[in-house]
Design a binder for this molecule. Structure first.
Ligand code: SF4
Ligand code: SF4
Length: 326
């Protein structure tokens, strides 16, 4: 565990990162973006203080590898509850809970197929790309409202068999979605029909979360079904963060039972690198008695690299929590 003043230093960095970005949004964007500001002029500044304190506190907790899985689960679940809670209130007619006052479909697939169908980039893909640059695959470990549901569902560890042999499904799905969306655009299919298709895709995803992920003890929705998850698997490489398995590894294979993303199989251990679907979540760290699963970020020590990743991910998480509405 990180000890002494340096753990508070990382918390302070998370505090100021979150506060500065939210202050810029509050100051520069004419429309009230923070929830409190929508209900009382000036209350957004108080919300910024609370969110920055939240980021500092979670960063402090998550620096301890023994606590990070628990706090990741709690904070990611809260994120999803807040997001879907706001959506439900928006649907019930309280428009202040919607980002623009107009509803759009909350299925991760839309981050990809929305811009292809419309032929223009919107706010969500830009946000998504920014997270990839800043903290690699953090989108799928703590920032996505759907992934949180898969994470909760896969908590029942009943069957830890690998899905690796089925990975071709995820690639076929991704390519099919891109091809189908291009065809829908080409034939100018009405939006109500494309929306219906996206709803069906989302509902099947929820069934996979509720039934298969729960039974298998792995995040099958995120590993195989979600095209954004597959994009993250590859595009995370645009961020300089990496995870690796150090040569101090004793090949005991204890860690292979701890990855819900199916990224720690025997072959990954032998090649000293977590697999394609690793989201850098850190849940496996305490399973390794020789502390061999490590973060890498330029020339920083592996502990500092991890804490830097936590600061960036938690700051993004807190900022999204404050601003993320549909
Ligand atoms: S794989 Fe899809 S649903 Fe899962 S966390 Fe990533 S974007 Fe969200
Ligand atoms: S290998 Fe470890 S850090 Fe990567 S996804 Fe699996 S549990 Fe998370």
């Amino acid at each position: 565990m990180n000890s002494g003043p340096s753990k508070y230093r990382f918390s302070l960095i998370a505090f100021f990162t979150t506060a500065i970005i939210l202050c810029m949004v509050q100051w520069r964007v004419s429309r009230p973006m923070l929830m409190a500001e929508r209900f009382a002029v000036g209350a957004g500044w108080i919300q910024i203080l609370i969110m920055a304190g939240y980021a500092a506190w979670i960063t402090l907790k998550m620096q301890d590898p023994g606590q990070s899985a628990r706090w990741r689960r709690i904070t990611w679940s809260v994120f999803s509850i807040v997001f879907f809670g706001q959506l439900a209130l928006g649907l019930a007619g309280y428009e202040k809970f919607l980002m623009t006052g107009k509803l759009h479909l909350p299925v991760p697939l839309m981050i990809l197929s929305g811009p292809i169908f419309r032929g223009s980039i919107s706010f969500m893909p830009i946000l998504f790309l920014s997270t990839l640059i800043i903290s690699g695959p953090a989108w799928c470990s703590q920032l996505c409202y759907f992934g949180a549901l898969d994470n909760i569902s896969a908590d029942q560890k009943t069957d830890l068999k690998s899905f690796r042999h089925k990975f071709r499904i995820k690639h076929i799905l991704l390519l099919s979605i891109i091809a189908i969306t291009i065809l829908l655009r080409f034939f100018q299919v009405p939006a109500r029909f494309t929306t219906l298709l996206a709803i069906c895709f989302g509902v099947i995803g929820l069934v996979i979360i509720a039934v298969i992920s729960r039974r298998k003890g792995k995040m099958v929705h995120c590993i195989l079904w979600c095209p954004i998850g597959t994009l993250v698997n590859y595009m995370k490489l645009i961020s300089p963060f990496r995870m690796y398995i150090d040569d101090t590894c004793t090949d005991c294979m204890a860690c292979t039972r701890y990855c819900k993303y199916d990224a720690l199989n025997n072959s990954d251990i032998m090649s000293r690198k977590p697999g394609l679907t690793c989201t850098y979540c850190g849940d496996c760290l305490t399973s390794c008695k020789s502390d061999s699963i490590r973060y890498k970020f330029f020339n920083l020590s592996h502990q500092k690299a991890r804490h830097t990743w936590i600061v960036l991910t938690i700051s993004l998480h807190a900022i999204f929590l404050a601003l993320g509405r549909i």
